[in-house]
Write a protein that binds this ligand. Structure first.
Ligand SMILES: Cc1cc2nc3c(=O)[nH]c(=O)nc-3n(C[C@H](O)[C@H](O)[C@H](O)COP(=O)(O)OP(=O)(O)OC[C@H]3O[C@@H](n4cnc5c(N)ncnc54)[C@H](O)[C@@H]3O)c2cc1C
Ligand SMILES: NC(=O)c1ccc[n+]([C@@H]2O[C@H](COP(=O)([O-])OP(=O)(O)OC[C@H]3O[C@@H](n4cnc5c(N)ncnc54)[C@H](OP(=O)(O)O)[C@@H]3O)[C@@H](O)[C@H]2O)c1
Length: 480
C-alpha cells in the first residue's frame, strides 16, 4: 500500500499518458475512495481536465484499516458483504469469487490506481474545505493541505464530482436515551478490534450489518453480549449450499419482475433461518423491503446464547441498562450501531444538505437544478457500490465531453417523483433507506439513459453539459 507522506511531491505522470483536452470543462473530484478513483479514471480516459483531492495519504477510503484520514469504519474482522465479482470494476477483475477481506479490498484499489496510472492525478493530504457556486455556474473550491499553494487556495471548476463517502458521520440515537450511563459508549465507526470487549458486558444496539458483525465479535471476547433491536430484521446468510457460494452470485436477470425476485429472496430467507426464533422481534416488513442484513454466524451465536437478544434500550441507569421489556443488565460498554448521516461539510447548508439522509437526485447522481454538480457512490445498493460509481463516472465524463446529454430538468424531476413513490411503497421509513437502489436495475437504467443521452447529444451538436469557463490556473487566496 502506497502512503503519500505529507509534503511529498506527487509521482510523475506515467509516460505516454494522454493529455487532457484544455477546451473541455474542468472538473474537481472530492475524495479518492473507491468512488472517487473510478470517477477519476473515467475523466482521465475522456480527456476531461480534472483535479482529485484526497484528504488522507492513501486511496481506498473506508477500506483502509486505521486510515489516517480518520474517516474509515474498517475493523480487523471486516470482510465485504459483496463478493469479488460483484464489487470489481468492469475492466479490472478481482480474481477471487468469495467475499474479500478488507486487506484484499484495499490492495485491489491500490493496484487499480497504479494499473491505470491515476496516482499522479490525485492530490493527497489535501482537504476540500468549501465549495460554492457562482451565478455564472463556476464552482469555487477552497482546498487546504499539500495541494494548495501556501497551504490554502481557491480554485475554479466547471464541474464538481462529490465522492466524499457517506459512512463516516456517526448517527447517534436521536433523541438520546434518558438517564446517564457510567460505562463506555462508542459508535460502530470507532470499533477496531474484538479484544476491546475482553471480559466486559456489552450491549450492541442496532441490527444492520455493523450490529451483526460487532455482536459476533463481542460474543467471542466479552463476558456477555446483548443485541438490542428496536425492530425485527431478516438476516440472510452470506454463503449458501454445499459449495457455500456467495449469496450475491445467485442472480436473476433484470427482466425478472420484482415480485418474483422477492419470492426467490424469500427462499433464501427460509434457508437462512429466522433470528426471531432466538428472541429478536419479528420483522414488520417483507424480506427485500429493507437494506439487506447478512451474516453467516449470528444465527448460531444467538442459538448458543453467546449473543442474547434484547428489545430497544428504554433507559440508562448508571452501570445498568433497562430495556423495553423491563429486563435490566449490568453493562460496561454500549456500541451504537445506529448508522450514519449523509454530510457535505464543504457546502453551506443553504446551498445543499441531506437532512434525515434525504437528498433527491436523478438516478442518485444528478441534481436537476445544479448543472455541473454530480454525486458518486451516494447510494445504498442491493449489491456493491463500486460498479455503480464506475458507471456514474463514465456517464459524467460523457456529459462533460459532449458525448451525452441529460434529459430536460422537467423529465428528470418526473422520474425522481416516480422513483420516490415506488421507494416509499417498498421500504419502511428510516434514514438508512433514503438512498436504497437495486443494483441490476440501476445499472440497466443508467446504461439505457446513457444511450438515449448519446442520441440527444448527436442531435444537438455535442456541446459539453456545462460551458468551460473556469480559470485553469486557480486563484490563490491568503494563506491560513
Ligand atoms: C463497515 C462498512 C462495510 C461496508 N461494506 C460494504 C460492502 O461490502 N460492499 C459495498 O459495496 N459497500 C460497503 N460499504 C459501503 C462503503 O461506503 C463503500 O464500500 C465504499 O467505501 C464507498 O466508497 P466511497 O469512495 O464512496 O467512500 P469512502 O470509502 O468513504 O471514501 C471517501 C474518500 O473521500 C475522502 N474525503 C472525504 N471528505 C473529503 C474532503 N472534504 N476533501 C478531500 N477528501 C475527502 C476520504 O478521505 C475518503 O478517502 C460498507 C460501509 C461500511 C461502513
Ligand atoms: N461488509 C459488511 O459486512 C458490512 C459491515 C458493516 C456495515 N456495512 C454497511 O455499512 C452501512 C451502514 O450499516 P450500519 O449497520 O452501520 O447502519 P444501518 O444499516 O443504518 O443500521 C442502523 C441500525 O440501527 C438502528 N437504529 C438507528 N437509530 C436507532 C435508535 N435511535 N434506537 C435504536 N435503534 C436504532 C436501525 O434501526 P431501523 O432499521 O429501525 O432504522 C438499524 O437497525 C450499510 O451499507 C451496511 O451494509 C457492511
Amino acid at each position: 500500500m502506497r502512503y503519500m507522506v505529507k509534503g511529498e511531491p506527487p509521482p510523475p505522470r506515467p509516460e505516454g499518458a494522454i493529455e487532457p483536452d484544455a477546451s473541455l470543462p474542468r472538473a474537481c473530484v472530492i475524495g479518492a475512495g473507491s468512488s472517487g478513483i473510478a470517477a477519476a479514471k473515467a475523466l482521465d480516459e475522456a480527456r476531461v481536465p480534472f483535479d482529485c483531492f484526497e484528504l488522507g495519504p492513501v486511496v481506498g477510503g473506508n477500506w483502509v484499516f486505521e486510515n489516517p484520514n480518520g474517516q474509515s469504519a474498517c475493523y480487523s474482522t471486516l470482510e465485504m458483504n459483496t463478493s469479488g465479482p460483484r464489487m470489481a470494476y468492469s475492466d479490472f477483475p478481482f480474481g477471487d469469487d468469495d467475499y474479500p477481506s478488507h486487506e484484499q479490498v484495499r490492495e485491489y484499489f491500490d493496484r487499480y490506481v497504479d494499473h491505470f496510472g491515476l496516482r499522479s492525478q490525485i492530490t493527497f493530504n489535501t482537504r476540500v474545505e468549501r465549495v460554492s457556486r457562482r451565478d455564472d455556474g463556476v464552482y469555487e473550491v477552497e482546498i487546504a493541505g499539500d495541494g494548495a499553494d501556501g497551504g490554502r487556495e481557491t480554485r475554479e471548476y466547471d464541474a464538481v464530482l462529490v465522492a466524499n463517502g457517506h459512512h463516516w458521520d456517526r448517527r447517534w440515537p436521536e433523541p438520546p436515551f434518558p438517564g446517564r450511563f457510567d460505562g463506555e459508549e462508542i459508535h460502530a465507526h470507532d470499533y477496531r478490534r474484538p479484544d476491546v470487549f475482553a471480559g466486559k458486558r456489552v450491549v450492541v444496539l442496532g441490527v444492520g450489518n455493523s450490529g451483526m458483525d460487532i455482536a459476533r465479535d463481542a460474543s467471542h471476547a466479552a463476558e456477555a453480549t446483548f443485541l438490542s433491536a428496536r425492530r425485527g430484521v431478516h438476516v440472510l446468510r452470506k454463503r449458501l449450499g454445499r459449495r457455500q457460494k456467495p449469496l450475491d452470485q445467485l442472480n436473476l436477470p433484470t427482466w425478472v419482475p420484482w415480485w418474483l425476485k422477492q419470492k426467490a429472496i424469500e427462499v433464501v430467507r427460509r434457508r437462512s433461518g429466522d433470528v426471531s426464533d432466538y428472541g429478536l422481534p419479528d420483522p414488520d416488513h417483507k424480506v427485500g423491503h429493507a437494506h439487506p442484513t447478512v451474516s453467516d454466524q449470528i444465527h448460531e451465536r444467538l442459538a448458543s446464547g453467546a449473543v442474547v437478544a434484547r428489545p430497544n434500550i428504554r433507559e440508562l441507569r448508571g452501570d445498568r441498562v433497562l430495556f423495553d421489556d423491563g429486563s435490566e443488565e449490568r453493562v460496561d460498554v454500549i456500541v451504537y450501531c445506529t448508522g450514519y448521516k449523509v454530510s457535505f461539510p464543504f457546502f453551506d447548508d443553504g446551498f445543499l444538505a441531506a437532512p434525515g439522509n434525504d437528498l433527491p437526485l436523478y438516478r442518485r447522481t444528478f441534481h436537476p437544478d445544479l448543472g455541473g454538480l454530480y454525486f458518486i457512490g451516494l447510494c445504498q445498493p442491493f449489491g456493491a457500490i463500486m460498479p455503480i460509481a464506475e458507471e456514474q463516472g463514465r456517464w459524467i465524463a460523457e456529459l462533460l465531453s459532449g458525448r451525452c446529454e441529460l434529459p430536460p430538468a422537467g423529465e428528470m424531476r418526473a422520474e425522481m417523483r416516480r422513483e420516490r413513490a415506488a421507494h416509499a411503497k417498498r421500504f419502511y421509513p428510516s434514514p438508512r433507506h433514503t438512498m436504497e437502489v437495486d443494483f441490476d436495475e440501476w445499472m440497466r437504467d443508467a446504461r439505457r439513459e446513457r444511450r438515449r443521452g448519446a442520441k440527444r447529444a448527436a442531435r444537438d451538436g455535442r456541446a459539453p453539459a456545462v460551458v468551460a469557463r473556469a480559470h485553469a490556473g486557480g486563484r490563490a487566496v491568503e494563506p491560513a
